[in-house]
Design a protein. Sequence first.
Length: 401
Amino acid sequence: MKTLLLTFMLIATAAGATTPLQVYSLHADTLAAARTRLAQGDSALAPALEHLRGEADRALKFQPVSVMDKSRTPPSGDKHDYLSQAPYWWPDPSKPDGLPYIRHDGKHNPEVDHGTDAPVWGRMSSAVETLGLAFYFTHKEAYAEHAALLIRTWFLNPATRMNPNLNFGQYVPGRNEGRGEGVLALRSLAEICDTLSLITGSPAWSTADDQAFREWLAAYLKWLTTSSVGLEEAHATNNHGSWYDMQAADIALVLGQTDFARKILTDGLEKRLAIQVMPDGSQPQELARTKSLGYSLFNLQALCKLATLAEHVDIDWWGYATKDGRSLRAALRYLAPYADPDKPWIKSDLVAGGRTDLLPLFAEALRHGDDAQFRELLAKFGNTAGQQSARWRLLLDMPPH
């Protein structure tokens, strides 16, 4: 996904900027303000733009990929169906054929990285996002052209398009052909949709392309909300349920199904936030994992995304709290001290969590009200990601230090 630098650019507070740009998981005001400053020659943002250009130039070299490239064939016999294998399931050493596989939470089985769609989808969606941002800030047509080509190849071209379903996502050998957990893969559809808004105005993405993509989205949303696999994920009570809601609400907003998006985002306050977050801010279902800090952060990222989407239907997730104190801010405050890389986490995780992931969440919280703790942590650890302090002062409205 985007680098930490670009995350901060997109979510930091921007004063008074308005734009008709229709993005939902990003902030249109921040994008517009940053572009205005660049156009006015603001030297403080120049390093950030240069960094983005470098990433985009590398993304131009990423060749189009599709679901047809995988070496394995889904149980349907149709390679147009997306296929992925559950990452934490391994052959049973007590069985001659290893079947059925058994679960080792947090231990990544390398065989899932070969012959399926998951690895190339991740790289493709990341490249598209980078190219879209670069076009928005530079107007270099090559960036829009390549983003459009990558999207058309994956979603639209009859010979290479993905069918709008995840029936065979995260299958477990010997146990099933697909699971609800596989829905998690397409959470980056939100960035794809925002990219298409960013390249609006470029001839690279036509009205016909846009209509065809919307038809694909509508078919996928129908599958997501009616299929047994999709509904299995909808009923998940941990991070999977949060990311499911994010996908469904984002697509509904893009398609103009505002009432449906509002229902998801209204219900989510009690269905997700109030159930997943304890009064002290802890997230027990994520803390139970072998990568407890990483999954606590991962679910919190989903909840923050939902909060951003909720702004478009006038629902205040950042201001919400249950009578016993369960809230988004409580969840962030629980994890906040661990932005300090020297502070020991409460468990010995199988894999250490990425603590710098907390920093953009602090910036997001500060959009919705000042908080001395979050601002102090940004000031103290903002440069731990290797970024120039001048960029942080501009993007987060921080004083020199």
